[in-house]
Design a protein around this ligand. Structure first.
Ligand SMILES: N[C@@H](CCC(=O)N[C@@H](CS)C(=O)NCC(=O)O)C(=O)O
Length: 206
């Protein structure tokens, strides 16, 4: 039996982040297909993913990654050095706030998981044009978001950025971001990314 169960679906960016963490750390897991609307018993906020480890269940991806990192051996997802760890937290939050509230909302609307008026979709895209260059500049300074090794921050960023080429508007932003493209190339060569390729989106969660 797998060590961990991850409840979610493969196209979900946050579910992919939890799966990436398991692959990067070598944790055996089972993906249990579950849509947000089915999550009531596992997450009162009806969002994916959640995990089960023995008799413990946990939701919120940042809490999940921290738990996996503290509980299991394998490469650390947060650096040991306190300043580097704080920078990792900073970039995780920046993805989960600024990028989620721009590019991810735009792509969720594109795939039909959000239904917002056109002006709001335009606003998300305009915000993405301001937000993505911040990541672009950082990836011009270091190989990954925090230094020379993959951290949790990269595992939050990758599932969102990997949708860019499929979405008019975000595609152009990605193409205008050479450092982000270089980073995406490095990330896409990792076994964790290859093993978590999302199923094509039909009636599933973004
Ligand atoms: N803060 C949550 C966000 C999770 C989240 O937004 N998941 C999306 C799928 S990628 C979801 O379940 N959306 C359904 C909804 O917001 O109703 C986390 O970090 O796990």
């Amino acid at each position: 039996m797998a060590d961990i169960k991850i409840y979610g679906v493969s196209p979900s960016t946050f579910t992919r982040t939890a799966r990436l963490a398991c692959h990067e750390k070598g944790i055996d897991y089972e993906l249990v297909p579950m849509f947000p609307g089915q999550m009531g018993a596992l997450n009162p906020f009806y969002k994916i993913p959640a995990i089960a480890h023995g008799d413990m269940t946990l939701y919120e991806s940042t809490a999940i990654l921290r738990y996996l990192d503290r509980t299991f051996p394998g490469p650390k997802l947060w650096p040991q050095d306190s300043r580097q760890a704080a920078l990792c937290d900073q970039w995780v939050s920046a993805v989960n706030d600024s990028l989620v509230n721009s590019a991810l909302r735009f792509l969720a609307n594109h795939f039909g998981f959000l239904a917002v008026p056109q002006e709001m979709a335009d606003m998300y895209l305009a915000k993405a044009r301001d937000v993505v260059p911040v990541f672009e500049r950082q990836l011009g300074r270091s190989r990954y978001l925090v230094g020379d090794s993959v951290t949790a921050a990269d595992l939050f960023l990758a599932p969102i950025v990997f949708y860019f080429p499929a979405i008019p508007g975000l595609k152009e932003i990605g193409e205008a971001s050479p450092n982000l493209a270089r980073w995406a190339g490095d990330m896409s060569a990792r076994p964790s990314l290859m093993a978590t390729e999302p199923e094509p989106i039909a009636a599933q969660a973004a």
